[in-house]
Write a protein that binds this ligand. Structure first.
Ligand SMILES: C[S@@+](CC[C@H](N)C(=O)[O-])C[C@H]1O[C@@H](n2cnc3c(N)ncnc32)[C@H](O)[C@@H]1O
Length: 272
């Protein structure tokens, strides 16, 4: 198994089990944690309308709140998870539009399909199982790419950015919410759970923007940032960080040292 395959497996297993914990019998702590995070990400309004999908969402922003998606558009969500953004996109594109979600975790794909069907959007939402490094999507067929807290998890961001550019139609736009990390103690990067918790796979903002530009994308701009407190980073990592095999106090000290160095960036741009 290559290093890349092993990262995909670890991340996929972590999200399958995180999803399991939010389903049906989610314990009150998990449910409160997830609802707190969806509020933080900016879904206060949609949480009422799409309660089930919101309860299993793991985003760090709300890409559709700053994407200019309209009626009839085709939208692709990289790492759609349980599908909250797919439902919001389906409302925006209407019956003449199309929404495609791609995710590598089978349980997430099944959950997203069930949510789309339950919300009455089976006519316009399609969920495909696959990797964002090898998108199962044709060249140039998408008006908008969105992604919410996913690309930081990829072991090959360069390929993801190239794929994003490949599938966008000329003039097509992207809206990404993702975690960026400026400085991180090296021991945190070595803990597998910290990778799945969206912390140690993350890169710095300048490198992120440079990667998008190198893929040929233009007008690449950070339109907003949410800089996390230590408590918020802990909440984002949630139970994944609780399973880190070092004492809780040491984890907290490590996290304190990264306060102000981790944020959710809202990034937009377009294909020329
Ligand atoms: C933090 S969750 C975010 C899910 C969703 N975007 C949301 O806002 O709830 C990360 C998701 O990305 C998926 N993912 C991570 N790396 C991926 C990859 N390389 N290819 C496809 N999906 C990936 C995981 O399976 C998981 O569902």
């Amino acid at each position: 198994m290559t290093n890349e395959e092993s990262i995909h497996d670890t991340v996929s297993a972590a999200y399958a089990s995180a999803l399991e914990r939010t389903r049906g019998g989610a314990c009150p702590t998990t449910a409160t944690l997830v609802s707190g995070l969806t509020d933080l990400a900016g879904y206060r309004e949609e949480r009422g309308r799409h309660a089930e999908a919101a309860a299993s969402s793991f985003g760090c922003g709300h890409p559709l709140s700053f994407a200019s998606v309209g009626e009839g558009d085709t939208v692709l969500d990289l790492g759609c998870g349980a599908g909250l953004d797919l439902l919001i996109a389906a409302e925006k594109v209407g019956p003449t539009g199309k929404v495609i979600g791609v995710d590598m975790t089978t349980a997430m794909v099944e959950e997203a399909r069930a949510h789309a069907e339950g919300a009455g959007f089976a006519d316009r939402v399609e969920v495909r199982e696959g990797l964002i490094e090898e998108l199962p999507v044709e060249d140039g067929c998408v008006d908008h790419v969105i992604s919410n807290c996913v690309i930081n998890l990829s072991p090959d961001k360069e390929r993801v950015f190239a794929e994003l550019a490949r599938v966008l139609a000329a003039g097509g736009r992207f809206a990404i919410s993702d975690l960026v990390v400026e400085r991180l103690p090296s021991w945190i990067r070595m803990v597998p759970q910290a990778y799945a918790a969206c912390v140690s796979g993350a890169i710095g903002e300048e490198a992120y923007l440079a990667g998008l530009r190198a893929a040929g994308l233009e007008d690449v701009t950070v339109i907003d940032r949410l800089v996390y407190t230590v408590e918020q980073i802990e909440a984002l990592g949630g139970e994944l960080l609780e399973r880190v095999p070092v004492p809780r106090m040491v984890v907290r000290m490590g996290l304190k040292s990264v306060a102000g160095q981790v944020w959710s960036a809202r990034i937009t741009g377009r294909r020329p």
